[in-house]
Write a protein that binds this ligand. Structure first.
Ligand code: KIV
Ligand code: ZN
Length: 391
C-alpha cells in the first residue's frame, strides 16, 4: 500500500444498517458484501456479531464469501463481545476486530459513570484481548470529536501499546468543523508516541452536513482510512457517503491521495442498497441522486449540449451513469428541445424549431416534465409537421 493510498472502510452493513426500519436479512447482506468486495473497498464492517444471532450469521456468511477485502466485526470493550466477534470472523481470509470505548467526558461521566484513567485501562485491555484472537485490531475512541486532544492522544498511545493497527477517531455526533477535525488528526499524528505503527481513520457523522468535508480534512492532515457508507446512510443524519469521498479524491488529483475503488460501480451499488433497504435516495444527492447529471434550465442545457464540461465536473460514465440528462420543462430553451427532438428522430430547421417551440411551451406549462411521447405529440400537432416529415 502506498503512503498516498486511502483505505476505504465500508460500514453500510453495520453503522449504515442502524437506520430505523431498514434492517437487512443475512442473504441481502451477503449480496451487498459481495458487490462491495468487487467495488474495491479495503474493509467491510459486516456487523456487530454479539448484538443478535442474525448479525452473527451475517458476519460469518460474509467472512466465507469475501475474496479480497478485510472483514471486520464491531465490539464494545467487553470480553464476550470480542470472543463472539472472533468466532464469527473465523472463516475470513483477513479478519479484523473493531473494539473501543467512549472517551469524551460526556461518555465517561454519564454513560460509564467512570473516570479517565479507568477508561484508558479498559481501552488497553480490550485491544490486548482482541489481539489474542486476530492480528488486525482497530480501536475506536467513541465521541473523539468532543474528546480533549491531550487525553485522546494518551488513549491512542495505550491502544498502540496493546497492539492496535488502526486508530479510529469518530466524530460520533457530527459536531466538528472541518478545520477542527483536521487539526485533531494533525495533533494525534504529531503527539502520539508510536503513531507510525498504526493508521488513523476518519469516522464522521453528518449531523451538520459536514461528514464528507471532515473526512477529507482528516486525510489531508494525515489519516489514511475513511469509514463511510453507500448513499451516506446511517444513524440520525447518516455517515460519510462513500461515493462522495471517493469522487472528491478522484476529481482533485493534486491532493495526491487515491483509493482502490472502481468508480463505475458506484451508481449500481447505490441503487442496490437503496432498493434492498427501501430507502429512497434524495434526487439532488451528490454523485448518485437522480438529478446529479440532469440539466433543466435553458442556459445550462445550452452549455452542456455545446460542451458537457460547461456545467459538469464529473463524467457520468465514471460513476456508472450512462449519460447526462437533458430534462424538458417550461424552463428549457430551443437548444434542449432541438437536442431531444433529434434523439427521437426529428432534425428541425431553425424556422421549424421556432414553431415547434411555441407549441412545446404551451404543453410544458401544463405538464411538469415533457417525455419522449410528448415530443412526438408536440411535433405532430405543430403547424410545420407536414413540412418536417416530408423533408
Ligand atoms: O460513530 C461512532 O462512534 C461509531 C463507533 C462505534 C465506531 O460508530
Ligand atoms: Zn458511527
Amino acid at each position: 500500500m502506498s503512503n498516498n493510498n486511502i483505505q476505504i472502510f465500508d460500514t453500510t452493513l453495520r453503522d449504515g444498517e442502524q437506520v430505523p426500519g431498514c434492517k437487512l436479512n443475512s442473504e441481502q447482506k451477503v449480496i451487498i458484501a459481495e458487490k462491495l468486495d468487487q467495488l474495491g473497498v479495503d474493509v467491510i464492517e459486516a456487523g456487530f456479531p454479539v448484538s443478535s444471532p442474525g448479525d452473527f450469521k451475517s458476519v460469518e456468511g460474509i467472512s466465507k464469501i469475501v475474496k479480497n477485502a478485510t472483514v471486520c466485526g464491531l465490539t464494545r470493550s467487553v470480553e464476550n463481545d470480542i470472543k463472539v466477534a472472533a468466532e464469527s470472523l473465523r472463516y475470513a481470509k483477513k479478519p479484523r476486530i473493531h473494539t473501543g470505548i467512549g472517551t469524551s467526558d460526556s461518555h465517561i461521566i454519564h454513560k460509564f459513570k467512570s473516570n479517565r484513567e479507568a477508561i484508558l485501562e479498559r481501552a488497553f485491555e480490550a485491544v490486548k484481548f482482541a489481539k489474542s484472537f486476530v492480528e488486525d485490531v482497530e480501536f475506536y475512541a467513541e465521541d473523539a470529536g468532543r474528546t480533549d486532544n491531550e487525553y485522546l492522544a494518551r488513549v491512542c498511545e495505550a491502544a498502540i501499546k496493546a497492539g492496535a493497527t488502526v486508530l479510529n477517531i469518530p466524530d460520533t455526533t457530527g459536531y466538528c468543523l472541518p478545520s477542527e477535525y483536521g487539526a485533531k488528526i494533525k495533533y494525534l499524528k504529531e503527539n502520539v508516541k508510536g503513531i507510525e505503527k498504526a493508521i488513523l481513520s476518519c469516522h464522521c457523522h453528518n449531523d451538520l452536513g459536514l461528514a464528507t468535508a471532515n473526512s477529507i480534512e482528516g486525510v489531508i492532515n494525515g489519516a489514511r482510512q475513511i469509514e463511510c457508507t453507500i448513499n451516506g446512510i446511517g444513524e440520525r443524519a447518516g455517515n460519510t457517503a462513500l461515493e462522495e469521498v471517493v469522487m472528491v479524491l478522484k476529481q482533485h488529483p493534486y491532493l495526491n491521495l487515491d483509493t482502490n475503488i472502481n468508480t463505475s460501480m458506484l451508481y449500481g451499488l447505490s441503487q442496490l442498497v437503496s432498493d434492498s433497504m427501501g430507502i429512497y435516495t434524495q434526487p439532488n444527492k451528490a454523485i448518485v441522486g437522480a438529478n446529479a447529471f440532469a440539466h433543466s434550465s435553458g442556459i445550462h442545457q445550452d452549455g452542456v449540449i455545446k460542451n458537457r464540461e460547461t456545467y459538469e465536473i464529473i463524467d457520468p460514465k465514471d460513476v456508472g451513469v450512462t449519460e447526462s440528462a437533458i430534462v424538458l420543462t417550461a424552463r428549457s430553451g430551443r437548444a434542449a428541445l432541438a437536442y431531444r427532438a433529434k434523439n427521437v428522430g426529428y432534425e428541425l430547421t431553425k424556422l421549424q424549431l421556432d414553431d415547434v417551440y411555441a407549441n412545446f411551451l404551451s404543453f410544458a406549462d401544463k405538464k411538469k416534465e415533457i417525455n419522449d411521447n410528448d415530443i412526438h405529440q408536440i411535433i405532430e400537432t405543430s403547424k410545420v409537421y407536414q413540412q418536417i416529415i416530408s423533408a
